[in-house]
Design a protein around this ligand. Structure first.
Ligand code: SF4
Length: 694
């Protein structure tokens, strides 16, 4: 028996990017575990990825290229050779590109977070082709932009420091389900005496275990942050020296928050004035004593109309109290821009044909439902004629799902999907290409939740005829006649190009050594903004942002009510009185893992959490099947009557494959394509619905 242990990285869209060890015996992966030596992973994988072998060797893995034989959406296919698949795709793309290459659209997101199998060779291909560009907004762009206006970059605290914090605000996230290794640090902090406060409309698994849970109404987080700033200023719980030296616009901020009294804040957020005061006092007094106060803000807060501003307002808090002075103080949304990524080198935008560089077009992935249904016009440009989908499952994930499916069903749309399984999106493909999983290819990972680079070496040979995304785009480039030398770069070449080793943060980056070691930490100071140095135009934390003014935005922290709320749409709220959110189910990661039986069995079936008062008034009992609906669509689910959903809120944990639900629908039937205030992102948690017994 030949047994070896291979170093790997978890590829999924999760801030933790775990370092993994895969045991391989005679070419078969037999065990997977977290690397005990990796400080963030600490030997622990979440429940999902602990089943990664079940997913890798799943009997329904796509192992061969296929072409469609039934109607679009029916999911009927026939096996073909790679040669036929590649020839068919190249022929179609050439034909469309001769008319207008912008009619071709790549559609991808974070099905793998890997640099090599993500946007490297794929982007070279689409740039060289002159395809439309994709605005990758579906998850994090609203918060990312809000953070950048305020702090200058997607950077913040080191997750490893949270265990030393004395007070942690866990804002808009459920880390037990989706940021497990931060939660381990938070628990350690709690054991050492820290106070944990969860701010979340939903009493999640995490909120249950915190000292306090503040159930704000969805989309009102920006108002709560304004109310906290009001109290910090009113009660002089400030670090005046830090404000003076390292912030911009304090006096304007003071004026702006003057009327955000605890009463007004509480009324806006659907909580009590005492709750607003309690958070402000704990946060401000702890900081005033010189103890570190920390915020872990997550992407839940930015999935409503004012989502960018919500993150911006929250990111102002640490500078007011001088929390950045401590390694265990500050805020973290994303650490993504701590990495000196070499995107230009990897993606080669210069490959775009010269004439196309002047006339390129960008399509927002969050409005794919509308855009697939648009005709050719001077404003829009050519109708979309070809879609190449990889690392994504838009038919289940994109908002206003009925429109998305209608677009994918167009007979005059040529669709190619690279996938592991026959997802809802694959059902609409003309050509399906089998992609390798993380155990079968090379990759390199930055993260958005810690500060390590993590390497992934292939543990096993590709199953069936599956190929890495990078290889598929290399082969397609060859068929298209693209002979630029960069299309001959190997996966190791791409990995070596991932980060700039001349940058101070990645000064020790060397791919061959990293492959051996498995991971390395970036070289960054423990308290990145202890002495200012924010990467904003002023070098300060910008309470006032001239950039925002120039971009047509309010330059000061503000509050925008949700599109769909009693405050902004009273008629709609009369018809659809319940707010709905659809945060991640613990055993699923977006739509990944929904088809892994052991995990799906744990989750059971799609269900809706509804407060007892809202259930009673509708004659709904626990366990009843209910119909959730609004003007965009409907879905059915089993009612879980529970006070975990606050009154006026229903929670549809997600994201189910539509085809695995009894009615073939999921929560995205109800979500809208309206965009956030910043970052052109979707508003998944800005939704009003009605619920009735099915
Ligand atoms: S999904 Fe997240 S917590 Fe789970 S193994 Fe991957 S990186 Fe770790």
């Amino acid at each position: 028996m030949n047994t070896q242990v291979v170093r790997a990285a978890c590829p999924h869209d999760c801030p933790d990017t775990c370092a993994m060890l895969v045991t391989v015996t005679d070419g078969v992966a037999t065990a997977i575990k977290g690397d005990p030596d990796h400080p963030n992973t600490a030997g622990v994988l979440c429940t999902k990825v602990a089943r990664y072998l079940e997913r890798t060797y799943h009997p329904e893995r796509l192992l061969y290229p296929m072409k469609r034989t039934g109607e679009k959406g029916e999911g009927k296919f026939q096996r073909i050779s790679w040669d036929e698949a590649l020839s068919t795709i190249a022929k179609q793309l050439k034909k469309i590109a001769e008319r207008d290459s912008r009619a071709i659209l790549p559609y991808s997101y974070a099905g793998t977070m890997g640099v090599v199998q993500g946007e490297s060779m794929a982007m070279r291909f689409f740039n060289r082709l002159g395809a439309s560009k994709l605005d990758r907004t579906i998850c994090s762009s609203a918060g990312g932009v809000g953070l950048k206006y305020t702090l200058g970059a997607k950077m913040g605290m080191d997750t490893e420091q949270y265990e030393h914090s004395r007070l942690i605000l866990i804002w808009g996230g459920n880390p037990i389900a989706s940021n497990l290794h931060f939660w381990m640090r938070a628990q350690e902090a709690k054991r050492r005496g820290a106070i944990l406060i969860a701010i979340d409309p939903y009493r999640s698994l995490t909120a249950e275990k915190c000292d306090h849970h503040i159930p704000v109404l969805p989309g009102t987080d920006a108002a709560l942050a304004l109310g906290l700033m009001h109290l910090l200023i009113r009660d002089d719980l400030l670090d005046h020296d830090y404000i003076e030296k390292y912030t911009l616009g304090y006096s304007l901020l003071k004026e702006r928050v003057a009327d955000w009294t605890p009463e007004k804040t509480a009324q806006t957020c659907g909580i009590t004035p005492a709750q607003v005061d309690m958070i402000a006092q704990l946060y401000g007094q702890t900081a005033k004593r010189g103890d570190p106060v920390a915020i872990r803000v997550n992407y839940g807060v930015q999935r409503a109309r004012g989502g960018g501003m919500a993150v911006r307002n929250i990111a102002c808090l640490p500078a007011l109290v001088g929390a950045w002075r401590h390694p265990a103080g500050g805020v973290l949304l994303s650490s993504g821009e701590t990495y000196p990524k070499q995107e230009q080198l990897l993606q080669r935008p210069d490959l775009m044909p010269k004439d196309r560089q002047q006339s390129s077009r960008t399509i927002n992935m969050s409005t794919i439902g509308d855009d697939l249904l648009r005709e050719t016009s001077p404003e829009f440009g050519p109708a979309i004629e070809a879609l190449v989908v990889y690392n994504a499952n838009p038919v289940a994930v994109a908002p206003e799902s009925a429109k998305v499916a209608q677009g994918f069903a167009r007979e005059n749309l040529f669709t190619v999907v690279l996938e592991h399984f026959q997802t809802d999106t694959v059902d609409y493909a003309d050509i399906v290409l089998p992609a390798t999983t993380q155990l079968e290819h090379t990759d390199i990972h930055a993260t958005y939740g810690h500060l390590y680079i993590v390497a992934n070496s292939p543990a096993i040979a590709p199953l069936g005829e599956a190929k890495p995304n990078s290889e598929i785009f290399r082969l397609l480039a060859e068929r298209m006649g693209f002979d630029d030398p960069c299309f001959r770069d190997s996966d190791d070449d791409l990995a070596a190009q991932a980060f700039d080793a001349t940058h101070a943060h990645a000064i020790h980056f060397h791919w061959p050594r990293l492959k051996q070691d498995g991971w390395m930490k970036l070289s960054v100071p423990d308290a990145p903004f202890a002495h200012g140095g924010f990467p904003t135009p002023s070098g300060r934390c910008e309470f006032y942002s001239e950039q925002m003014k120039q971009h047509g935005l309010d330059p000061l922290p503000a509050y925008l009510p949700p599109y769909e709320s009693a405050a902004s749409a009273p008629e709609l709220a009369a018809k659809y009185p319940l707010a709905m959110i659809s945060p991640p189910q613990r055993n699923f990661l977006n739509t990944t893992f929904v088809n892994v039986k052991s995990l799906r069995d744990t989750e059971g079936e799609p269900y809706l959490e509804i407060h007892p008062a809202d259930a009673d008034s509708r004659g709904i009992n626990d366990g009843d099947m209910v119909r959730i609906f609004n003007d965009r669509g409907s879905m059915v689910a089993k009612a879980h009557v529970t006070a975990n959903a606050r009154e006026g809120l229903v929670v549809a944990l997600s994201i189910w494959w539509k085809k695995l639900a009894s009615d073939g629908k999921n929560a995205n039937e109800l979500t809208s394509q309206r965009l956030t205030d910043m970052g052109r992102a979707p508003t998944f948690y800005d939704v009003l619905v009605q619920v009735e017994k099915a």
